[in-house]
Ligand binder design. Structure first.
Ligand code: PAF
Length: 280
């Protein structure tokens, strides 16, 4: 496995692959890797000749009062996991490499970037779409892999790829959960044991909605009420959003669209903001 820290090195590696007619899949990450990331890597490994994983804690997607400074940085452990997973390249640029002094160009997907997480975290998706565009230009993968846990991010990035004609196929992999049902997240490591117990209410809420929808309830308002009845079981969990939306546009749905409906929740457990969702 090669660890590349400059754009020039990554481009050279890409060129060499191309000369050997080998395809490349990219898994963009901010490090602090867990089984969710490794499932993306495994899917990429199965579908591409070579796999690159980027590790870059992207400052432009954090708000001024968010956790950029304390975001977990576990580079050596991440590289050990990636080596074992058969990754070919780790692209781990510095902030100065990605954003040289004076960098002032951003990519923004209007509308969809202002919904769900975008509504709670203004500017977040502009940072995500900017850095992912840069990664596409630098790494030039045929396929890129994202996790369904970040459902709003998936909607924004799919729109960006379509609107800007990026020559890359977006592959979305299912949410990976711990044994207790909590969706895997790099931020889970912030949780105390008691907060972790409280956080399980998110999964229970989504399961209740799935059950009610399977029983034939289609009204979003009725489903949201059923979900809220579960959420109140943990009064210390502060809901940020809880919505039933179209998975592409993230616009609220009055009624569930069978097979094409996203139920998404975000909540603070202690100081940690967690997200989870289900497609019904
Ligand atoms: O999902 C993430 O970890 C980040 O938002 C991404 C896609 C790596 C961009 O920094």
């Amino acid at each position: 496995m090669q660890i590349l820290t400059t754009i020039a090195e990554m481009r050279q590696a890409r060129l060499e692959l191309r000369l050997r007619r080998r395809t490349l899949g990219l898994v963009p990450t901010m490090g602090a890797l867990h089984a969710g990331h490794l499932s993306l890597v495994a899917t990429a490994r199965a579908g591409c000749d070579a796999v690159a994983v980027s590790i870059f804690v992207n400052p432009t997607q954090f708000g001024p009062n968010e956790d950029f400074a304390r975001y977990p940085r576990t580079f050596d452990a991440d590289c050990a996991l990636l080596e074992e997973a058969g990754v070919d390249f780790v692209f781990a640029p510095s902030t100065a490499e990605m954003y040289p002094p004076g960098a002032s160009t951003y990519v923004a997907v209007e509308g969809v970037s202002d919904r769900l997480d975008g509504a709670s975290r203004p500017g977040h998706f502009r940072g995500v779409t900017t850095v992912v565009s840069k990664l596409f230009n630098i790494v030039a993968p045929e396929w890129v892999y994202f996790g369904q846990k970040d459902a709003a991010q998936v909607a924004v990035l799919r729109r960006m790829v379509r609107d800007l004609n990026f020559d890359v196929e977006v592959v979305v992999c299912p949410i990976v959960r711990d044994d207790d049902g909590l969706a895997m997240s790099s931020r889970n490591r912030y949780l105390t044991p008691e907060e972790r117990r409280q956080a399980l209410v998110l999964r229970r809420t989504l399961c209740r909605i799935e059950e009610e929808a399977a029983a034939g309830i289609t009204s979003s308002a009725v489903l949201i009420d059923a979900g809220r009845a579960v959420l109140v079981e943990e009064p210390k969990v502060r809901v940020d959003y809880f919505a039933i939306v179209d998975p592409e546009t993230l616009v609220d749905l009055e009624n569930v669209n069978a097979g094409n409906t996203l139920v998404a929740v975000a909540a603070f457990v202690g100081n940690t903001r967690l997200i989870d969702n289900v497609l019904i």
